[in-house]
Write a protein that binds this ligand. Structure first.
Ligand code: CMP
Length: 150
């Protein structure tokens, strides 16, 4: 089992897509173990995207991510980090494959609907940045026995 962080970005919230996007992760069989709607402070977004701080799009990205509410969620499942990244598709919606979130809902590089952690270390860092340990809930669903066979 792995845990990963997703952010339903301001573009997706403004477009009324929260429910449809979260449903995709539930449909896949993944479990939402923590979730909050928030306006993210500049300092948190800056830490979250620190690796991009020298990129030309950084300032615009921070402005975008602080421009309105987002939904942050912790998601759990077998190989959840890779599975969720695959579900997002390529960064740029124009290149993202049909069937992926960005391929189905987006046509832009910045307004790409959902962020997800890109590896185990990033997932740990991002989960700790957005959630206190007690905000993540360990539980099983009745359906889990019919989603994962072993
Ligand atoms: P995300 O997966 O959250 O990681 C970094 C984000 O920066 C990315 O999604 C996009 O929203 C944004 N981004 C990446 N590349 C570009 C780019 N070339 N121009 C504008 N925004 C970008």
């Amino acid at each position: 089992m792995e845990r990963t962080l997703i952010i339903v970005k301001p573009d997706a919230v403004q477009r009324g897509l929260i429910g449809r996007l979260l449903a995709r992760f539930e449909d896949k069989g993944l479990r939402i173990i923590g979730m909050r709607l928030q306006k993210t402070p500049d300092a948190i977004v800056a830490r979250h995207y620190e690796v991009h701080k020298d990129r030309p799009f950084y300032k615009s990205l921070v402005g975008f991510m602080t421009s309105g509410p987002v939904v942050v969620a912790a998601i759990e499942g077998p190989q959840a980090i890779t599975v969720v990244r695959t579900m997002l598709g390529a960064t740029d919606g124009r290149q993202a494959a049909p069937g992926t979130i960005r391929g189905d809902f987006g046509i832009d590089k910045q307004f790409n609907l959902v962020h997800a952690s890109d590896g185990p270390e990033t997932a740990k860092f991002e989960l700790e940045l957005f959630f206190k340990p007690e905000e993540l809930v360990s539980y099983t669903r009745a359906s889990d026995a019919w989603i994962v066979s072993n």
